[in-house]
Unconditional design. Structure first.
Length: 315
């Protein structure tokens, strides 16, 4: 009987073990390690006795900051989108003549502790306007979903989080963007009405304008009464948010899907919101329909569009 192998010995053996991959022998250089997001750090911030902190991912480009500081792209649902945004910066921003991106920029992903792409309970609270409601769990034994916490979350973003980012890198306060999708897009629109000077660029992808009987429309009315100076807004939606995608045409639940599309009216309401915002003095509002994408697949193109919108070269 062979003697047991200690963990340290096993790791050492792994580091010098030949493996067969695709019919070829490959020497393992060392033990497997967690993958990294190059140039990024993460830290937990905020929270209290009732709520855990937010998980923040901060990416700062290599090299010295511009004289005015880094432009910063803030992302909601950070667990789901931060890696994509960082890759856009790393791959595209160094080549302005090929991409039209004016300069390098920092990325701040606002997520939640854990490895899941979305935290349904927390985002339902953070991203939705007051007064909010309570909804039964999506699954048996799940948490009751509460909505209406957008004011507290906006305060966290514009005070605690912004201060923490400024402590870690030099930022350009005049070039700050906020991106959100779905409930996150709803939050972007609501935050625009409450603090229009907080960001220079606002990007709402597939915003859930219909939510809670379109409560956000009342906030837009307030923005119309006190026109802001200068916010630039980009609204986006996927073409298959108003009609079923080809792969959904024969799905067993296709009629239920059609009914949901008709109820949420994402493309229609987003177009109407764009037009309404464009009529407000001092607001620049643009709509873009992303072909071939559903509510869930629109994100990569939406992030590319957001970066181009925020960081586009002039002339």
């Amino acid at each position: 009987m062979s003697a047991p192998v200690s963990r340290r010995t096993a790791v050492g053996l792994l580091a010098t073990t030949w493996m067969t991959l695709g019919g070829h022998s490959v020497l393992a250089a060392g033990p497997d390690e967690p993958a990294r997001l190059a140039g990024a750090v993460s830290f937990d911030l905020g929270g209290d006795a009732d709520r855990p902190p937010w998980r923040i991912t901060l990416y700062v480009p290599p090299g010295a900051a511009p004289v005015d500081g880094w432009p910063v792209l803030y992302l909601l649902d950070g667990n789901a989108v931060t890696g994509t945004a960082i890759d856009i910066e790393r791959v595209q921003a160094p080549y302005p003549d090929a991409t039209g991106i004016a300069s390098r920029f920092a990325v701040v992903g606002i997520g939640y502790p854990g490895d899941e792409a979305h935290d349904a309970s927390r985002r339902s609270w953070d991203y939705t306007p007051p007064p909010g409601r309570s909804y039964p769990p999506h699954k048996p034994g799940g948490l009751t979903l509460r909505t209406g916490g957008a004011d507290a979350f906006l305060h966290f973003v514009t005070t605690t989080l912004r201060s923490a980012v400024a402590q870690r890198c030099l930022v350009d306060p005049s070039r700050q963007a906020l991106f959100g999708h779905s409930f996150g897009g709803l939050f972007v629109l609501y935050a625009l009405t409450q603090a229009p000077a907080a960001f220079s660029h606002w990007i709402a992808a597939s915003p859930s304008i219909y939510w809670d009987d379109a409560v956000v429309l009342g906030s837009i009315a307030g923005l119309e009464r006190g026109p802001p100076n200068g916010p630039q807004v980009l609204l986006l939606a996927g073409a298959y948010e108003e009609a079923l995608a080809p792969f959904q045409q024969d799905a067993p639940d296709r009629e239920a899907r059609r009914a949901r599309l008709a109820s949420t009216r994402t493309v229609e309401l987003t177009r109407e919101m764009t037009e309404r915002l464009s009529r407000i003095s001092g607001v620049t509002s643009t709509f873009s329909l992303i072909p071939g994408r559903t509510h869930m697949t629109v994100l990569p193109e939406a992030l590319n569009a957001a970066v181009a919108f925020f960081m586009q070269r002039s002339g």
